[in-house]
Design a protein around this ligand. Structure first.
Ligand code: MG
Length: 164
């Protein structure tokens, strides 16, 4: 990585994250740090919260840091069944040590179950609290695959980061 910075160091940075987990019976259905009522949940070494994983990778990407899997490897027993909130907290802390803060976040969840719409506002508020942002600087949308991909849950996140 070059250390020269031809861009104004105060210029905002964008980060993109994506994740996809298989839905398995008997797993808690964690999404954005909330537990949804569903007979299946995302498989994973941690709690499988694909939305927070995508958010975390967006944060790390904006800061020019390693990705989630490198920072918190799924071979490490320390992260078994870990609440994915701790990964987001670690990523935002890493931003802070670099003099950066999150300015806004926009997220998409793609799955046929659970349905997001009944809890969309609650989910948005939970993400805003996690990122220490006003709710109008966070958005989350739910999409379905209309039955074409019912066994998977996918999440995408874009964040804008600027000087603290
Ligand atoms: Mg993941």
């Amino acid at each position: 990585m070059t250390t020269s910075d031809p861009v104004n160091s105060d210029a905002p940075r964008v980060g993109l994250g994506w994740d996809r987990h298989r839905l398995e019976a008997g797993r808690p259905c964690m999404l954005g740090g909330l537990r949804f009522e569903c007979d299946r949940g995302p498989a994973g070494h941690s709690d499988g919260d694909a939305l927070l994983h995508a958010l975390c990778d967006a944060l790390l990407g904006a800061a020019g840091l390693d990705d989630l899997g490198t920072m918190f490897p799924d071979t490490d027993p320390l992260w078994r069944d870990a609440p994915s909130r701790v990964f987001v907290e670690a990523a935002t802390a890493a931003l802070q040590t670099r003099g950066l803060r999150v300015l806004s976040a926009d997220l998409v969840v793609v799955c046929d179950a659970p349905r997001l719409s009944p809890r969309r506002a609650e989910l948005r508020d939970a993400l805003a609290i996690l990122l220490d942002l006003p709710a109008d600087r966070v958005n989350v949308k739910g999409k379905t695959t209309e039955g074409r991909d019912p066994d998977w849950l996918e999440a995408q996140a874009v964040v804008l980061v600027g000087p603290a």
